[in-house]
Design a protein around this ligand. Structure first.
Ligand SMILES: NC(=O)C1=CN([C@@H]2O[C@H](COP(=O)(O)OP(=O)(O)OC[C@H]3O[C@@H](n4cnc5c(N)ncnc54)[C@H](OP(=O)(O)O)[C@@H]3O)[C@@H](O)[C@H]2O)C=CC1
Ligand SMILES: O=C(O)CCC(=O)C(=O)O
Length: 425
């Protein structure tokens, strides 16, 4: 039977909806609330024209999905990638709601995206795409409505263009309309590093629980962008060697440990136009398909969704799966992993450092009082470890997997707020 839910054509959205059904069953969620939470509050779809460098006009598809507005302004990143569609963005928005709930942040979930390959756009084209998209979503964003941040394919510069476009419309500077912007424009110290730092705080806590010394442990990381590269640096700081890293173009391996600083220089070298890890002299190239199944203590997917499939799950050779990316593990893979001794740190907890420091940034911009990086990192660690403890307590007391425990805390918080506001008279 054809579905009347227009998000359902996306496998990523179906995966998020399946997770929600599993949580609803596990915590005996009110069916009316469960049905409400399964569908985003509102979505804006826009096809908009941009003049390209060669003079041609190209139409881009952009999306902003606000999963909920119950808990405060909606919050979540903006993604530029070829895979972007309505369903992917809706799933990511739903996950943001649960993530903000787990972290006790006064936000609801949102996400946005533009279908494009950012590597194929010039800086000027990217700026025009960003500014035009901002104009298109102007009526549904704002510091008290919906606050964007970076995600795959976007960065501090993208946020600066959004802030500028919005501020020009309002007539004065509104730094709190986005987070993850340059520090010079009201950005927060440590926001760029926050997601990777949070991942490694969680890894450290998991290794402690498993009585594994991080010194001498090994890691494999998929993705060497914002989250992946900082995760590698932070893993090195706790004594864990990164033995394999991959990106869109391939993967590399060095059993003695990859020199992360040298790899960053290789990736950012002007001659490396694809900014890829491939070709790095300090490691051997391996088949991209072999990356996730390389033997290691900690595996960190930090790229895209649904990479740990049922087949891959059966071949994993790690002790800890730390989900830096959103949605890297499919529900079928979860079923396989449940029968293994792999310790999963689920995405909605593991990568929550980014939105947590975004919250600090929003607070600082509103108060016009900026914190030191030391204060930011101290508060980040405190909130991440409190959430980690809450999730583990829920898992142990309710006999749930870490994923169901984390999701159930997030879902329950949003559901309680909805019920208290009296949406079901
Ligand atoms: N930025 C943030 O603060 C947060 C990000 N996340 C999540 O973390 C993940 C990574 O985001 P972020 O680091 O910001 O994004 P970036 O754009 O900075 O980096 C993405 C990385 O993933 C790689 N990649 C893209 N597609 C593939 C693929 N098909 N196979 C292998 N590698 C691929 C990219 O390679 P290449 O450069 O070759 O394209 C790049 O190395 C996403 O799931 C995002 O939603 C979660 C919380 C916060
Ligand atoms: O920092 C933010 O507001 C959102 C980060 C994000 O997009 C995510 O956690 O997936």
């Amino acid at each position: 039977m054809a579905s009347d839910n227009l998000y359902d054509s996306s496998p990523v959205y179906r995966m998020a909806a399946e997770q929600l059904r599993a949580v609803a069953a596990a915590i005996d969620l009110d069916p009316g609330i469960a049905a409400r939470l399964a569908v985003p509050k509102r979505s804006l779809i826009t096809g908009f024209p941009v003049r390209m460098d060669d003079g041609a006009t190209r139409i881009f598809m952009g999306y902003r999905v606000q999963h909920s507005l119950t808990s405060g302004p909606s919050k979540g990143g903006l993604r530029y990638a070829p895979s972007v569609d309505l369903g992917e963005v809706a799933a990511l928005a739903m996950w943001m709601s649960w993530k903000c709930g787990i972290m006790n942040l006064p936000f609801a979930g949102a996400k946005g995206g533009i279908t494009c390959d950012p590597a194929a756009l010039s800086a000027g084209e990217k700026e025009r795409v960003t500014r035009r998209f901002t104009e298109e979503v102007l009526s549904i964003i704002g510091p008290r409505v919906d606050v964007m941040a970076p995600d795959v394919g976007t960065d501090e510069q993208t946020m600066a263009w959004i802030m500028d476009t919005y501020s020009m419309k309002i007539g004065y500077a509104v730094p709190e309309v986005v987070t993850g912007k340059p520090v010079e424009l009201g950005g927060c110290m440590g926001r760029r590093e926050a997601t990777g730092r949070g991942v490694v705080y969680c890894v450290r806590a998991a290794l402690d629980e498993l009585h594994i010394d991080p010194v001498g442990a090994t890691a494999v990381v998929q993705g060497f962008g914002n989250v992946g590269s900082v995760t590698c640096e932070e893993l090195n700081k706790i004594g864990t060697k990164v033995v394999a890293i991959g990106d869109r173009y391939g993967a590399i391996r060095n059993a003695k440990g990859i020199d992360v600083a040298a790899l960053s220089r290789h990736v950012n070298a002007p001659a490396n136009t694809r900014r890829t890890v491939v070709g790095f002299a300090g490691a051997d190239e391996i088949a991209a398909d072999d990356l996730l199944t390389t033997e290691c203590t900690v595996l960190v997917p930090a790229a895209m969704e649904r990479v740990v499939t049922e087949t891959v799950a059966g071949k994993l050779r790690c002790r800890v799966l730390a989900e830096g990316a959103n949605g890297p593990t499919t529900p079928n893979a979860d079923a396989v992993l449940a029968a293994s001794d792999i310790y999963i740190i689920p995405d909605v907890l593991c990568n929550a450092g980014g939105v947590t420091v975004s919250y600090f940034e929003w607070v600082q911009d509103i108060q016009q009082f900026m914190w030191s990086e030391e204060d930011v990192n101290h508060e980040l660690r405190k909130l991440m470890m409190q959430a980690f403890t809450r999730v583990r307590k829920q898992a142990v007391e309710r006999k749930l997997s870490n994923r169901l425990a984390a999701l159930s805390l997030g879902v329950q918080k949003v559901a309680t707020e909805k019920l208290k506001r009296g949406l079901f008279p």
